[in-house]
Design a protein around this ligand. Structure first.
Ligand code: DUC
Ligand code: ZN
Ligand code: ZN
Ligand code: ZN
Length: 503
């Protein structure tokens, strides 16, 4: 008996509280068993001295792409998850992607299991990308997947090989209404993007900057409003992923004000980076390829400001990395997206790295310093607790409370890094790609120690990574919980207005 581990001398922060220095965390069998003062040590108890630093729940990154077929030179589960752990993230939700030709999604899920099993440093689960939601998949296979602990899907409204039309979107929403799984949506109007892309191509406007021109805000705006309308009609919660612009975010805010369960996500790139980054540098014309993501980086700093407000005021329920990078420099001096010496943005896989820098970037603006943008509890809520609840990990991940997995991040005390803090550098990161869009940016803090289920897996002062790729476990998820709008936890049946025709 007794604790395996006691974390002492830290300021424990949850989504609701900042506990006073002196509250200790008692851990047994990989789980938090109690919080208290002067916890009893046995001869077996290990101690972690948090040295006056802040202790938060391990990060839950609810949107990463590891080992996906469409990014062959990106991260796999091993390189992506070690990057996660080194940045304080202990659970990732990655994607398993159905090919349009696959009539069953069960082999697809098995396939992704083999890409992750015994190959991950951190805990993980999958969202299923549905590109062909047949009646058989929706009625027979989705209930099976839910039993297997996979309780969320992602739908695309754009990209030729993946996009669904409105009637297919409605089919999935009706199934979600019946079964209670969580539906994520990539909201951009596909035909708008195609029209512009074709015209740009005809004029030979193909450099990375035109990627941003080809995907204007109006494409995000229209698709966002459309999917919210379909969700309202079918009385089904949704989550709009990777939002980038104020005009689209306003639809989400308005819907939430009406108590509709419309969730949204934004990502570090939409808080920190603008489309000018697509123009390349004096040293490297092609460098803009490093910042091609979709939705694209926006032109207007007001959009960054708006995303910050959405992070602080609760419009966004999750702040995820959308880690989806590709290697930039290839053998023989070839750059990402270059064919026959010409770079075409169309050939650049969409996505930036960010699983390791996500928490430190946001943490730098959390707290009560003059330039803080959000409080520490809100930081925990949006990076860990709410994504856990949304995706069916409540009671397991995302909190520092008895019964939860002992996944913790121990930060340095404030002002540990004097002056302007510490510089983000590619050479210190643990992903497998060869750049970070945040090179040279300064952060105030970094995870000193990351604990996964009661064991230290990252110790920045003592050799860095401690874990192995066998540490991570597949975590079976329950049905997700609604965290905005009508938050009682009911999956359906309470939207406003006349909905009698559904019964
Ligand atoms: N959507 C994502 O979720 N990630 C990368 C690119 C994209 O379009
Ligand atoms: Zn021991
Ligand atoms: Zn997307
Ligand atoms: Zn993504």
């Amino acid at each position: 008996t007794g604790f395996d581990l006691v974390v002492t001398n830290g300021i424990v922060v949850t989504a609701s509280e900042v506990l006073s220095l002196g509250i200790e965390i008692g851990i047994k069998d990989g789980q938090i068993s109690c919080l208290g003062t002067s916890l009893t040590r046995s001869p077996h108890t290990h101690i972690i001295d948090a040295k006056g630093g802040i202790v938060t729940p391990g990060g839950v990154d609810s949107h990463v792409h590891f080992a996906q077929d469409n990014s062959p030179t990106g991260d796999n589960f091993t390189t992506g998850s070690r990057s996660a752990i080194a940045g304080g993230t202990t659970t990732v939700l990655a994607f398993a992607s159905q090919l349009k030709t696959e009539e069953s999604v069960l082999p697809c899920i098995q396939n992704y299991h083999t890409r992750a099993k015994d190959l991950s440093y951190c805990d993980y689960s999958f969202h299923l990308i549905l590109t062909n939601p047949t009646p058989k998949i929706m009625s027979e296979e989705m209930p099976l997947l839910i039993k297997q602990g996979i309780t969320s899907v992602k739908l695309y409204m754009t990209y030729e090989p993946m996009k669904l039309g409105d009637s297919q979107l409605l089919d999935v929403l009706m199934a979600a209404r019946a079964l209670g799984f969580t539906t994520m949506v990539h909201a951009e109007n596909s035909d708008i993007i195609s029209l512009i892309t074709n015209r740009l191509e005809a004029k030979n406007h193909t450099t990375p900057y035109f990627h941003a021109i080809s995907r204007p805000q109006i494409a995000e705006n229209e698709a966002t409003y459309r999917i919210i309308s379909l969700a309202e009609l079918t009385d089904t919660p949704i989550l709009i992923v990777h939002m980038s612009s104020e005009i689209a975010m306003k639809h989400v805010r308005k819907a939430q004000t009406r108590m509709l369960p419309i969730h949204a996500e934004t990502c570090p790139q939409y808080l920190f980076l603008l489309s000018e980054r697509l123009k390349g540098t004096e040293q490297d014309d092609f460098a803009g390829a490093k910042c091609v993501c979709s939705p694209p980086l926006r032109h207007d700093p007001n959009d960054l400001e708006a995303m910050w407000r959405g992070v602080a005021n609760g419009t966004f329920s999750t702040f995820s990395s959308d880690h989806a990078p590709s290697t930039y420099d290839h053998a023989g001096g070839k750059k990402l997206g270059v064919k026959d010496g010409v770079m075409r943005y169309r050939n650049i896989p969409n996505g930036v790295p960010g699983v390791e820098t996500r928490l430190p970037l946001l943490f730098s603006f959390a707290g009560s310093k003059p330039d803080s943008r959000l409080g520490l509890p809100r930081f925990v809520q949006i990076t860990s607790s709410d994504p856990a609840k949304l995706y069916g990990l409540e009671g397991v991940k995302g909190n520092i409370a008895p019964g939860y997995d002992a996944d913790l991040v121990i930060w340095y005390p404030d002002n540990h890094f004097p002056g302007t803090g510490l510089q983000i550098e590619q050479r210190n990161l643990h992903h497998a790609v060869d750049y970070t869009p945040y090179e040279g940016m300064r952060v105030r803090n970094w995870p000193r120690i990351t604990v996964l289920r009661g064991e230290v897996k990252w110790d920045r002062e003592n050799g860095g990574l401690k874990g192995t790729a066998k540490d991570g476990q597949f975590i079976k998820r329950s049905l997700g919980r609604i965290v905005v709008g009508r938050t009682g936890g009911e999956a359906r049946g309470m939207m406003e207005g006349e909905r009698g025709f559904w019964s």
